[in-house]
Design a protein around this ligand. Structure first.
Ligand SMILES: *Cc1c(COP(=O)(O)O)cnc(C)c1O
Length: 470
């Protein structure tokens, strides 16, 4: 090792000295001795690594104990800042998986606070004074809304699929069409989930065409389940054919094999009546006599992350008894939020008024435009120099693996700064106190008003002020 490097290593901050300096600054009030010590070690180790790995001509400067102490303190201070933040989704992707999918309705948020604040009857039957089941609180509501015989809620729909397949087809074959072996994103691939559920994938048909006879031929003594998967985020168009659920259900009945439909998004309202393409509602799907249907709580439903399993009583009972269920079970906050969300569906026309994601999906273009005009007016009144705003038509998306071919008309407010390039503006907006997530198109920022509510305008103004003030 060269002398310069040796000298730098010898001059590394001394842990005891750094801790001494931090003690004088009252670090004990902010973190335990163990945390301070490990953070000091990490900081010094990083300095050591940088000395050891730097190119000869890029050796770092000698670091002082005081600089290391400041560094440690900054790292500890940062632990007090929330990393999971609310933000403004101005992307126009309504169910944006990276941005937390569906925002909760106010009632759901209140219920989480109420139930979380104290103890609850999560697993306690108040009428009998004995142990109860956590699902019972919402299963009656779900059954009323879908016509199901029974329901079970788990952590998310991926868990629902895993649990249902493991229950119905462990060491047995699950028959599924080649056109439905989909990837949802975030590593959720149907074939992988099937492997993990210990069921044996039995592919039938072809990518674009699968007939009832293909399923029929595959049925044998080791068949556990017939699986139908909603293709969610993609569509096969052109020369295609798929087996309808009704004859599949009849086929299953004939052979005593349960039929399971993974609906993905799972919709409880008639989207056609809002001018959107038809999505089979959970009630319609169950009316085919299918044994089990699973869907997400935070996609089209517009509630918290959850996996909802509905269907025939005896099949749901088998799934409930699966020990895996314990590992995938739903928590009390999700239950509280789901219960409040589902109540809005009792009068179906109310749901799009009360649930923000459904509202965004079904809102008339003229109302989106009104909101866009209000935002432009508000932005103009801020008199921030060098900014120009315009309004134009564009297309938004449902997202979350829902309605992939639906081009939802929308209105965007474009923002252009005379001196700052848009990709820099985008990055700065992303780092505002309440981050604003936008689209960038040519050299413009686009704020899609379909996913921005009026009570979020203040955040946009604040963010623009923050980033342009310095
Ligand atoms: C989204 C989706 C899932 C996974 O649901 P999560 O709620 O994200 O766990 C499973 N199957 C289908 C068909 C889906 O669209």
């Amino acid at each position: 090792m060269d002398d310069k490097r040796k000298e730098l290593l010898k001059g590394l901050p001394k842990i005891d000295e750094v801790i001494g300096l931090l003690g004088e600054k009252g670090i004990d009030e902010k973190a335990s001795r163990e945390i301070v010590l490990t953070t000091c070690r990490d900081v010094v180790q990083k300095l050591r690594d940088s000395i050891l790995t730097a190119q000869d001509n890029q050796l770092p400067a000698l670091s002082t104990d005081a600089a290391a102490a400041r560094n440690v303190e900054a790292i500890i201070d940062d632990l007090y800042h929330y990393k999971l933040k609310r933000l403004v989704n101005a992307t126009g992707v309504i169910l944006h998986t990276n941005l937390g999918r569906a925002p909760l309705c106010p009632e759901a948020v209140e219920r989480i606070a109420e139930v979380g604040r104290g103890y609850s009857n999560l697993e306690f039957d108040l009428a009998q004074g004995v142990r109860g089941l956590r699902y019972d609180h919402v299963s009656r509501l779900i059954c009323a809304l879908t016509g199901a015989e029974d329901a079970l809620i788990v952590n998310n729909n991926a868990a629902a699929v895993l649990l249902a397949l493991n229950t119905l087809a462990e060491n047995k074959e699950a028959i599924v069409s080649r056109g439905e072996l989909i990837e949802i994103g975030g590593e959720f691939r149907i074939p992988d989930v099937m492997t993990k559920s210990n069921s044996i994938l039995r592919e039938v048909g072809t990518t674009n065409r699968t007939r009832l006879a293909d399923y029929e031929k595959a049925i044998g003594p080791n068949t556990g389940v017939i699986l139908k998967v909603h293709t969610s985020n993609y569509r096969i168009v052109g020369f295609t054919e798929e087996a309808e659920l009704v004859p599949l259900v009849a086929l299953g009945k004939q052979h005593g094999i349960p039929v399971f439909d993974d609906l993905g998004s799972g919709c409880l309202v008639d989207l056609d009546s809002y001018g959107l393409q038809h999505e089979p509602t959970v009630r319609e799907v169950l009316a085919t006599g299918v044994d089990i249907v699973s869907f997400s709580g935070d996609k089209l439903l517009g509630g918290p992350q959850a996996g909802i399993i509905v269907g025939k009583k005896d099949v749901v009972a088998r799934i409930k008894r699966n020990p895996l269920n314990r590992a995938l079970r739903i928590d009390k906050f999700t239950l509280a939020a789901l219960e409040a969300t589902l109540m809005h569906y009792l009068v179906p026309e109310e749901a799009p008024r009360k649930l923000r994601s459904l509202k965004a999906l079904t809102e008339q273009l003229r109302d989106v435009k009104k909101r866009a005009r209000k935002l432009i007016n508000k932005l103009k009144r801020t008199n921030i120099p060098d900014l120009t705003f315009e309004l134009r038509e564009d297309v938004a998306a449902a997202g979350g693996g829902s309605l992939p071919t639906e081009n939802i008309p929308t209105i965007v407010v474009t923002i252009k700064h005379a001196k700052i390039p848009s990709n820099r503006m985008e990055a700065k907006l992303r780092q505002a106190a309440v981050p604003i997530i936008v689209r960038v198109d040519e050299d413009q920022i686009l704020l899609d008003l379909r996913t921005v509510a009026e009570d979020e305008f203040g955040f946009i103004v604040d963010a623009l002020r923050q980033i342009l003030a310095n």
